[in-house]
Design a protein around this ligand. Structure first.
Ligand code: ZN
Length: 319
């Protein structure tokens, strides 16, 4: 009996310990997350999905494809580039959409991991504050601020990667035409914060995530001047390696002149047409899907995978 009791105590302590190490996320601060589970991993693995909040069959098919890939190659976390709930965000942390559009869709055990989410224009049509408080109900939802940063250590190395999530909505003049919610936050304050975060970074890799693209050849082509004006100079000055966005419902890799690679992954529940700009388009496709990313100290491998688990495009960024 004693043996069983001490086993139970040891097991509970183990669970508590792993729970604590998984919840070291501190927004607006810069701490390397040293996950002991990483010691056996060869890379930092994550998905990037966006514009998923339609609660339709396509969303479930993409979720199933994600679960299939994550079963083969386990992931450390998931990035959402926003438009988490259509058409009007959520009303509260008890809104039924949390179950119908998030919990019940990404329910596979391989997708029960940390979700870091940007805020999209459709999220601003509802209660953004509820999206920043939902972590109290389910800590799997990591976002507690409109913009935040965190670091992750890269397995099998002493290097780390900086992730910076920005709120692009206040910078997009189109947002105001459709959004009833309070999206008019200080642009100056956020840009100063971004400059400080990037300036202080010593990480080998720098990845920024936001909802609106700086470059796109989807239906928003020609509408990104405001977003470029706000962020392009900082990305180049601080040599941001990759910017992940959504908003356009397609899968894209754009590489204009300069350092940063631009990926659009806004096809989590709908897909719309794309064009090609020969000066920068490496890949652009109207299809449903997501990005599978694998980071080692020298390489970031990016794969676009569709709802049928077809590998649509594969590229490696090395440094
Ligand atoms: Zn959007």
């Amino acid at each position: 009996m004693m043996k069983i009791t001490s086993l139970i105590i040891a097991f509970s302590a183990l669970i508590l310990l792993s729970f604590n190490t998984k919840n070291t996320f501190i927004s607006d601060t810069l701490q390397v997350q040293n996950n002991p589970e990483n010691q056996n991993r060869k890379s930092l693995d994550f998905f990037v999905i966006g514009d998923w909040g339609e609660a339709n069959l396509i969303q479930q098919q993409v979720a199933n494809a994600m679960a299939f890939e994550a079963a083969k190659n386990p992931i450390d976390f998931i990035i959402s580039v926003g438009d988490n709930f259509y058409p009007h965000g959520v009303r509260s942390i008890n809104d039924k959409k949390w179950e119908n559009t998030f919990e019940n869709v990404y329910a596979d055990s391989n997708l029960i991991t940390d979700w870091y989410t940007a805020i999209g224009n459709h999220d601003y049509q509802g209660n953004v504050g509820a999206q920043l408080r939902y972590h109290k109900k389910n800590p799997r939802w990591k976002t507690t601020e409109r913009y935040f940063s965190f670091k992750k250590s890269i397995p099998q190395s002493k290097d780390s990667v900086l992730f910076v999530f920005i709120d692009t909505n206040p910078f997009d003049k189109w947002v105001g035409l459709f959004t009833g919610g309070n999206w008019r936050h200080s642009k100056k304050k956020q840009l100063l914060w971004l400059e400080n975060v990037l300036q202080a970074s010593k990480e080998k890799w720098k990845i920024v995530v936001g909802h609106h693209p700086l470059y796109t050849t989807g239906i928003r082509r020609g509408q990104t001047a405001d977003i470029q004006a706000a962020f392009l100079a900082a990305f180049e000055k601080h040599q941001v390696d990759v910017y992940f966005s959504g908003h356009d419902h397609s899968l894209q890799h754009q590489k204009p002149a300069g350092h940063t690679h631009y990926f659009v992954s806004g096809a989590g529940s709908e897909s719309r047409g794309v064009t090609i700009d020969s000066s920068m388009t490496k890949f652009a496709k109207k299809d449903h899907g997501f990005i599978q990313a694998e980071l080692t100290k020298d390489n970031l491998e990016i794969k676009f995978i569709n709802a049928n688990n077809k590998d649509l495009y594969h590229t490696t960024i090395s440094k």
